[in-house]
Design a protein around this ligand. Structure first.
Ligand SMILES: [Zn+2]
Length: 154
């Protein structure tokens, strides 16, 4: 997502394309990109800076915190905007700003029944009453411990 300043005319430039999703540097086991990062941006120059506005998109494979199934959803940022100060270099890299916005847009608690490609979530345990703080990991842990206890009793 690099922009050559000399290629930006005074009335701005539109750039579109795909960038390897490796730029996201995601190390989360529950969430991983399943497509390149798609971008469609309007770039312009003003007051010693370069600004870009537009859209970012990437397909993400995530694990639902409720049913633990893996599902895919589109992370879409329709109002991406950044302003980068020019430092004298001929190229400006928009990647760090795009990366930051995409990471901020990722759901902290992905659910397969939310988002654009929502499916039907089938939780593995009864939904807790409202007011309870959701602790998606613990029921599984206790379940495993129960099984362990049963085995030991035999
Ligand atoms: Zn689910």
């Amino acid at each position: 997502m690099k922009v050559h300043l000399r290629q930006v005319p005074t009335d701005g430039l539109h750039i579109e394309g795909e960038q390897d999703s490796g730029i996201l540097e995601l190390n989360d086991s529950g969430i991983s990109p399943s497509s390149p990062v798609r971008y469609s941006l309007d770039v312009g120059l003003s007051d010693g800076g370069l600004f870009a506005t537009g859209r970012l998109e990437v397909d993400m494979q995530m694990r639902c915190v409720s049913c633990l199934e893996t599902f895919t959803d589109v992370i879409r940022i329709n109002d991406f905007a950044c302003q980068i100060e020019l430092t004298g270099k001929e190229t400006v890299d928009l990647t760090p700003d795009a990366r930051e916005d995409i990471l901020l847009a990722l759901p902290a608690h992905p659910r397969c029944d939310q988002g654009e490609l929502a499916g039907k979530c089938k939780p593995e345990w009864p939904v807790s009453s409202p007011g309870d703080v959701a602790e998606p990991e613990s029921p599984k842990v206790w379940g495993a411990l129960d099984q362990l206890n049963l085995k030991q009793k035999k």
